[in-house]
Structures are given as structure tokens and as C-alpha cells.
Design a protein around this ligand. Structure first.
Ligand SMILES: [Ca+2]
Ligand SMILES: [Ca+2]
Length: 381
């Protein structure tokens, strides 16, 4: 009797500790942990992207990680921009003459623009960020500086300390091959700078709140030999075809270093079983564009009530199996980008959209609207 009681107590404690039958893990993530809410370019839905103000707002809304995309200045400083071009997200054209523009090949696309790599950090600090999307608030244009990675790290640490929680950073090396060759910094200079900065700030430890992401492959393979910090292979595409398959059109069809090295594999090939096995040899996570993960079908039914058939009317038809396969191989899956004000491929409610991915076991979501991501997760607890 006594033994039986003890056994019951132990089994109850065991169930509680493991999140047993009555209290099974609420999230089918790789580890059973809650999915991460990653502030894509900061709280970029409401404030100009990649500014300290946008990052701080995202942290206040509950972001677990903030995302700095990185490009290099002429003097080799890592600054936060999504593009190596400054035109779309800053007031550069009103501060510098057109003679400072150049034409460069960016991943096979000839581009005439003001390039970050033609401006010193001191010059870039005279610029102010602007909101690139016309349908988002324009009232904050011209107010905020372009931050360096160092400034973003300092902010994340200070805000985390203030709140007694970890606020991670999720830096992306933008256009690694372009920086090394077209701009001429040299092979792996960018990667070495990033590793040196991160190791100085966090240490060379896998458990620190940092993920390094890239669409290219060989730089992540190199980073895997240089750091224990977790690495994420991003997977892009051009569009979703009407039959639901992925459209792979250059320059979104394959990692740009694969273009240069004549590697025949596409981004889609990297999400097959053998592709994921390959990624597992150097990365900890895979970050596919979200339509790779959830099937949708154009069945001609209008669902959003606007009498117009768009991608948002598509019928959602379950997992493509990529999340499950990646988990079986021990890879985390983080996906992007969830936006309150843009297409959801089968979803008209952005919170419900994120909850659908969370119900399938996604390990992290990138969103421009942190508050929506935090609410989505809270609604599933
Ligand atoms: Ca990014
Ligand atoms: Ca519609």
C-alpha cells in the first residue's frame, strides 16, 4: 500500500516534470520549449526598420530575439541594414549628391544606388532612417540613426538586464559573396568580424542568446569551424505558383555562392531529406520562407469576403512535412515573415496564421509585428 502510494506520487511527479499525459507539452517544437518570437528588423511594422527605437519597441512588446541584418561600411563597420543599398531605408538622397551613387552587381543584378560600402560610418551616422513601406507610419521618418551591430548588442543586453530576461540577437550576414568579391573586402573578412564581435560580447558558447543566419552556405560552413554560436541556414524562393509549388527564379532560386560555384542544388533541394542532412553537418537550424512549410490549395473559393480571389483565399491544407523531417534530424525550424498588413497565403488573420505554424511545431517565427506574435503564442498556452 505504502509502496503503491509512493509509486503514484512518483508517477504524478514524473508526469508533471515531463509534461505527461494530462499536461503534455503544449508546443511540438524540437525541444518542447515555447516557440521564439523574433522581431524581424525590430518592430518594423510600426517604426522604421533596423533602428534602436524599433528594436527597443519590439523588446517592450516581448520579443525574445531582435534581428539585425548586417552590411559593411566603407571603413568595414557592421551596420544594420537589410540591403547594401541605402536608398530605400534612409534619407541619403537628400544628403549626398548623385555623384556618390555607383552601379554594382548585387548577386547578379546590376544595381545603381548609394551603397553602404561607399560611405564611412561617420557619413552614415549623418543619415536618418525612413519607412520604406508606403502603407506603414511615415511620421517617424528622419528621426533615427542607422545603428552599428555594437549598438544593437549593447541595447539588447541593457534591456535584458533591466527586464531580468534574456533578449537575444539574430544577426544576418547579408550578401557574403558580394561583400567579399564585388566590394572587395576579401574572403571571410565579414564573417571574421562578426565572430570576433560576438565572441567578445557573449563568448564562444552555443547556449548564448545568439543565432547567426545566412542565405549563403559556404560562409556558414566556414563559421561552423570558427564558432560554437548557433547557425541558421535560410531558404528562399521567388514566389508560390498557382499549383502551390515553389517558384524558383533567379536570384531567389539558390544560395548565391552556389551560383558562383556552379552547384546545381536549388533552395528547394536543401529542404529534401538529403538536403537537410547536408545542412545538419554545419548548422543548428533551418529558416525556410513560410510557404515551404504549409500546403495551400487554390480551389477557387473566395474566403476573405472581398469578392476577389487572391493568395489569401487559398485553402490551408496542413504541413508539407518539412518541419517534422527537420525535427527528426535534430534541426530547429524558424520561419518568416509574418505581417499584420501583408499576404498570409491562406490566412487573413495574422494571429491565426502564426498559431497555425506554432501548432505544427515551428520553433520560432520572424514577425514585423512582435505584439501579434506574442499574443499568438499566449493564446496557445
Ligand atoms: Ca533578415
Ligand atoms: Ca478574397
Amino acid at each position: 500500500m505504502k509502496i503503491k502510494t509512493l509509486a503514484l506520487v512518483l508517477s504524478a511527479a514524473f508526469l508533471q516534470a515531463c509534461g505527461g499525459s494530462d499536461d503534455s507539452p503544449r508546443f511540438k517544437t524540437l525541444t518542447g520549449a515555447e516557440p521564439l518570437v523574433i522581431a524581424h528588423r525590430g518592430a518594423s511594422g510600426i517604426l522604421p526598420e533596423h533602428t534602436l527605437k524599433a528594436y527597443k519597441a519590439a523588446i517592450e512588446q516581448g520579443a525574445d530575439f531582435i534581428e539585425p541584418d548586417l552590411v559593411l561600411t566603407q571603413d568595414g563597420v557592421m551596420i544594420d541594414r537589410h540591403e547594401p543599398m541605402l536608398d530605400g531605408t534612409t534619407d541619403v538622397a537628400s544628403k549626398f549628391p548623385a555623384s556618390r551613387m555607383r552601379t554594382r552587381d548585387v548577386d547578379g543584378v546590376p544595381t545603381t544606388a548609394y551603397f553602404a560600402s561607399d560611405f564611412t560610418l561617420a557619413e552614415i551616422k549623418t543619415l536618418r532612417a525612413v519607412q520604406p513601406r508606403a502603407n506603414r507610419p511615415q511620421a517617424y521618418n528622419g528621426l533615427y540613426e542607422i545603428p552599428t551591430l555594437d549598438e544593437v548588442i549593447a541595447l539588447a543586453k541593457a534591456e535584458g538586464t533591466k527586464r531580468g530576461k534574456s533578449v537575444g540577437i539574430y544577426p544576418e550576414i547579408k550578401h557574403s559573396t558580394y561583400h567579399a568579391t564585388t566590394v572587395g573586402f576579401g574572403a571571410r573578412v565579414f564573417e571574421d568580424k562578426l565572430v570576433a564581435t560576438l565572441h567578445a560580447a557573449y563568448g564562444n558558447v552555443a547556449s548564448v542568446p545568439v543565432f547567426i543566419q545566412s542565405f549563403e552556405v559556404s560562409n556558414l560552413q566556414y563559421l561552423n569551424t570558427q564558432t560554437n554560436i548557433r547557425l541558421v541556414q535560410l531558404i528562399d524562393a521567388d514566389d508560390v505558383k498557382d499549383d502551390g509549388s515553389m517558384s524558383l527564379v533567379a536570384p531567389y532560386h539558390k544560395p548565391y555562392d552556389f551560383v558562383v560555384s556552379n552547384d546545381s542544388r536549388s533552395f528547394a533541394d536543401l529542404l529534401t531529406s538529403s538536403g537537410l542532412d547536408f545542412i545538419k553537418t554545419y548548422a543548428d537550424a533551418v529558416g525556410p520562407w513560410k510557404p515551404y512549410l504549409v500546403k495551400t490549395v487554390n480551389d477557387g473559393v473566395e474566403r476573405t469576403g472581398d469578392a476577389t480571389l487572391t493568395i489569401n483565399d487559398r485553402r490551408v491544407d496542413g504541413s508539407t512535412g518539412v518541419i517534422e523531417m527537420a525535427h527528426r534530424k535534430g534541426l530547429l525550424v524558424h520561419t518568416w515573415t509574418f505581417r499584420d498588413d501583408a499576404s498570409g497565403y491562406g490566412f487573413k488573420d495574422p494571429q491565426a496564421e502564426m498559431q497555425y505554424y506554432m501548432s505544427l511545431g515551428i520553433d520560432g517565427v520572424f514577425t514585423d509585428f512582435t505584439a501579434t506574435g506574442v499574443a499568438a503564442r499566449a493564446g496557445l498556452r
